[in-house]
Design a protein around this ligand. Structure first.
Ligand code: SAM
Length: 271
């Protein structure tokens, strides 16, 4: 059967890597795992051997049908759907506990999938995900490094993420043009500890990183978030010329706490 490169179909053929992915999810006894993009089932079978239930979400009809024959067990449900439309909250409710997630991701939609998982964090426990190595570097980057940016903050704000191992292109059929990294992401959102409300803070972060070469103050002014962000930055102990790429999540939260309090005060004055 031909593979559809448009759908990011690079099938894993390294059985040791399959074992390491499943092991990285921890003890699966009694747990439900959602697998993103089961493809030809390279990881699905190993998950089904350990978990109570595997919900495998595959977009390609031509792969979903054979998967149903390959895994007739009630422990495996093949859902033919775009994972970006998948209802993790409903799956969690059905499972009765937070979900584990596994996937050798279709790389063309890695960022949207990471955003979807972040938005579904209340339903999730741990995700073990294969991503393009460069994306793995961005997701796990520290402030001030070349790779640190919006994706790093978005993911890390929802819990710690660590790179587990890297695979060369030859570990897949057909080989992709890039190396791949397997990440483990434990969902433990930091918003309460940071003293910020999730959606407002994430909107702020999106604007803070809007243009890479601009300073934080200029990005916030351009987005209309704050006409004079200097005071909030000073209060957080941040240089007025700082760029968002140099700031930790804690410092970004400190700026947003001051700015959102200022904005709430102004709203109160004008009403
Ligand atoms: N898990 C298999 C493996 O490791 O061999 C396949 C991984 S392959 C990199 C990505 C899989 O995701 C393909 O089976 C592809 O059809 C599927 N896929 C692509 N876009 C998808 C989407 N929007 N929702 C769900 N699955 C998708």
């Amino acid at each position: 059967m031909p593979t559809r490169s448009k759908l990011g179909q690079n099938f894993l053929r390294d059985s040791r890597a399959v074992g390491r992915i499943v092991t990285a999810l921890g003890d699966l006894d009694g747990h439900t795992v959602v697998e993103i993009g089961p493809g030809r089932g390279a990881i699905t079978g190993a998950l089904a051997a350990k978990a109570a239930h595997v919900v495998a979400v595959e977009f390609d009809r031509e792969l979903a049908a054979p998967l149903r024959s390959q895994f007739p067990s009630e422990r495996v449900s093949i859902v033919e759907q775009d994972v970006l439309e998948f209802d993790f909250a409903a799956a969690r409710a059905q499972a009765g506990a937070r979900l584990r997630v596994a996937g050798n991701l279709p790389y063309y939609i890695t960022s949207p999938i990471l955003r979807k998982l972040a938005a579904s964090h209340a339903s999730l426990d741990t995700a073990v995900l294969m991503v393009q190595r460069e994306v793995g570097d961005r997701v796990t980057a520290s402030p001030g490094s070349r790779d640190y940016g919006l994706l790093s903050v978005l993911v890390q704000a929802h819990g710690p993420v660590e790179p587990l191992f890297t695979l060369p292109p030859e570990a897949f059929t057909p080989p992709p043009q890039v190396h791949s990294t397997v990440l483990r992401w434990r969902f433990a959102p930091r918003f309460q500890e940071l003293g910020v409300e999730e959606s407002g803070f994430l909107r702020f972060v999106g604007r803070a990183f809007a243009q890479k070469r601009k300073t934080l103050a200029n990005n916030l002014r351009a987005a209309g978030v704050a006409p004079a962000p200097a005071l909030a930055m000073r209060q957080a102990g941040i240089d007025a010329q700082a760029r968002a790429e140099s700031l930790s999540i804690e410092l970004l939260a400190a700026v947003w706490r001051t700015l959102s309090a200022e904005l709430a005060g102004k709203k109160g004055e004008s009403s």
